[in-house]
Design a protein around this ligand. Structure first.
Ligand SMILES: [Zn+2]
Length: 258
């Protein structure tokens, strides 16, 4: 078995993209530059569970002079002002990983007031220019649906998926410990992975080195990248379990597209 999704592999990934001549932008830089359509990389991370791995990933990136955007979930484990400041000191950007429609059990009015409250809490610590929704596989609500009733621009932010949905952007996510989109239920945009054969990080590295044709967004969930063999086994087992649940829910909802 090839060991993938380890911190060592992420170090190699960062080294190679640093050595490439590709521009590497944060999401707000991409927006500020008018969403350029030439080959470039936008790196983003969703901090879903804990800060420990996120800080390791942030330090690897900083050691290669790479900047990325970290989306913060407003849970007890993740909303940690001192850690958020640490990311900023490493040169990274911070965004808000919202899930207020799920938390408000589908009540749009309650959801938008929670959104305002949480955005304000984060803005007391750091400047927030961009937001991304958290896709809970067990939730029946899609958190982005609040924007069917309200306008996120009113809050002086850009919503990552809604902002890029209509551009020819290739979007990779490590959801399910693979770069194939088929493991991704909620986190969808209008673009399609360039090739289904991109599964491993080595495949992705080769694509970025030799086949990239336009902007590429890469979503790395720090908690999926492990530093030891024992931790890797635990994570693979836990991801396998989560994927089985997602498959089951998607089959029930008729949304699984494998
Ligand atoms: Zn998330």
């Amino acid at each position: 078995m090839t060991i993938d999704f380890t911190l060592q592999k992420y170090v190699r990934f960062c080294r190679i993209i640093k050595e490439s001549s590709l521009p590497i932008l944060t999401f707000s830089e991409f927006i500020e530059k008018g969403q350029p359509q030439f080959p470039l990389i936008v790196l983003r991370h969703d901090i879903d569970r804990s800060f420990q791995k996120a800080v390791q990933i942030a330090e690897v990136e900083a050691s290669y002079g790479l900047r990325s955007t970290y989306y913060i979930r407003m849970t007890k484990q993740v909303y940690r002002p001192s850690m958020i400041r640490k990311l900023v000191r490493r040169g990274h950007e911070v965004g808000y990983h919202y899930e207020t429609l799920t938390r408000a059990k589908g009540d749009c009015f309650l959801s938008i007031s929670l959104f305002e409250e949480e955005l304000e809490m984060l803005r007391r610590i750091v400047n927030i220019k961009t937001i991304s929704m958290h896709g809970s596989p067990l939730s029946k609500w899609n958190n982005m649906d609040i924007w069917k009733f309200y306008d996120y621009k009113k809050y002086d932010v850009d919503e990552i998926l809604l902002s890029i949905a209509y551009f020819n952007i290739h979007y990779f996510t490590d959801t399910g410990r693979s770069w194939e989109r088929s493991y991704n239920i909620r986190d969808r945009v209008g673009s399609i992975s360039p090739q289904n054969s991109i599964c491993s990080t080595e495949d992705l590295i080769e694509y970025l080195q030799f086949k990239i044709e336009g902007p590429v967004f890469i979503n790395v969930h720090p908690n999926r990248w492990t530093s030891g063999f024992f931790n890797l086994c635990i994570s693979i087992f836990s991801d396998w379990g989560i994927n089985q649940i997602k498959r089951m829910i998607s089959k029930i909802n008729g949304t699984w597209n494998s």
